[in-house]
Design a binder for this molecule. Structure first.
Ligand SMILES: C[S@@+](CC[C@H](N)C(=O)[O-])C[C@H]1O[C@@H](n2cnc3c(N)ncnc32)[C@H](O)[C@@H]1O
Length: 287
């Protein structure tokens, strides 16, 4: 039984970090004309109305996209991401919120923003309500396939894609106590099936051990060319409360690590909620 609903968290600091990094990967994929394929294993609802009752409950977006939205002149490494958020709001001008955009693009809508006519997106989602929203969001779009399917079954079914290039995003809800192991093993499986693919795995940071755990798994499974990009908005204050957001990136495009590092540093400063905010971007296994 799945209880997690991303609508309560859409546009929060973790979404901003995850999607800003994702936007840099997608921008790099667009540099060559040959087609690419993206697989988003935990699609969610695709796009979120920040005026919905769910988003308004705790207004998590206010300390995420809301903080960036109100600031002028973002650094170049975030311009693409913010342009994608603006594109999601095209035509929604009259209904904008005071402190944030009205609509926030989930990873499926963000990835769709970067597709050219030759590219494809495959989405899997298991929740019975979110899959309905996701299907509606992309209904009639021939470049997007939406599947009511377990993420890890989807990796078996869709990898490797016929395109030689592309990206897999693994973004679980972490409701299960064994989700870190399951996600890293899923990443390992996917990487073995498609060694030239780019992989991004999101994970929550609650305390120091949670980030060391990810590094230990990457080392144990010998996943080469793995970069870890983390952004924490506060010092850890309990083993349960989210203090930061992490991304494992496997095979990130050449020299993107420096841009990712700059983006994470800026986001840690801008989204900080106390003096413990910081970022850390480093290679676990370089190659
Ligand atoms: C963190 S949310 C995804 C957010 C989305 N990737 C984004 O960035 O906008 C995790 C999603 O995974 C879904 N989910 C949980 N377990 C799943 C599984 N085994 N297979 C596919 N989807 C799953 C949940 O219903 C939820 O919508």
């Amino acid at each position: 039984m799945l209880s997690y609903r991303h609508a309560f968290h859409a546009g929060n600091f973790a979404d901003v970090h995850k999607h800003a990094v994702l936007a840099l990967l997608l921008r790099a994929l667009r540099k060559k004309d040959t087609a690419f394929c993206c697989i988003d294993t935990h699609g969610g609802a695709g796009r979120y109305d920040l005026l919905s009752a769910e988003a308004q409950k705790n207004k998590e977006y206010a300390d995420g996209i809301g903080r960036l939205w109100g600031r002028g002149s973002p650094p170049a490494v975030l311009e693409h991401y913010l342009a994608a958020v603006r594109a999601c709001n095209a035509g929604a001008g009259a209904q904008m919120l005071e402190d944030a955009p009205r609509y926030y693009p989930g990873s499926p809508r963000l990835i769709r923003h970067y597709l050219r006519p030759q590219d494809r997106l495959i989405l899997t989602e298991l929740h019975s309500s979110d899959i309905i929203a996701l299907r509606e969001e992309f209904s009639g779009d021939p470049q997007v396939g939406v599947h009511h399917l377990d993420a890890y079954q989807g990796l078996k079914a869709f990898l490797p894609p016929k395109e030689k290039r592309g990206l897999v995003l693994i973004d679980p809800a972490f409701e299960r106590h064994d989700e870190v192991e399951r996600a890293v093993r899923g990443l390992h499986f996917a990487w073995q099936r498609w060694p030239q693919g780019i992989f991004a795995l999101w994970y929550p940071i609650t305390h120091r051990a949670s980030t060391e755990n990810i590094r230990q798994w990457l080392t144990k499974l010998k996943i080469a060319k793995s970069l870890v990009a983390e952004m924490c908005v506060r010092a850890p204050d309990s083993a349960r409360r989210l203090s930061g957001s992490g991304m494992v990136l496997v095979n990130p495009p050449w020299r993107l690590d420096e841009e990712i590092k700059d983006a994470c540093r800026y986001l840690a400063e801008t989204l900080a909620s106390d003096g413990g905010a910081h970022s850390r971007t480093d290679w676990v296994l370089p190659g």
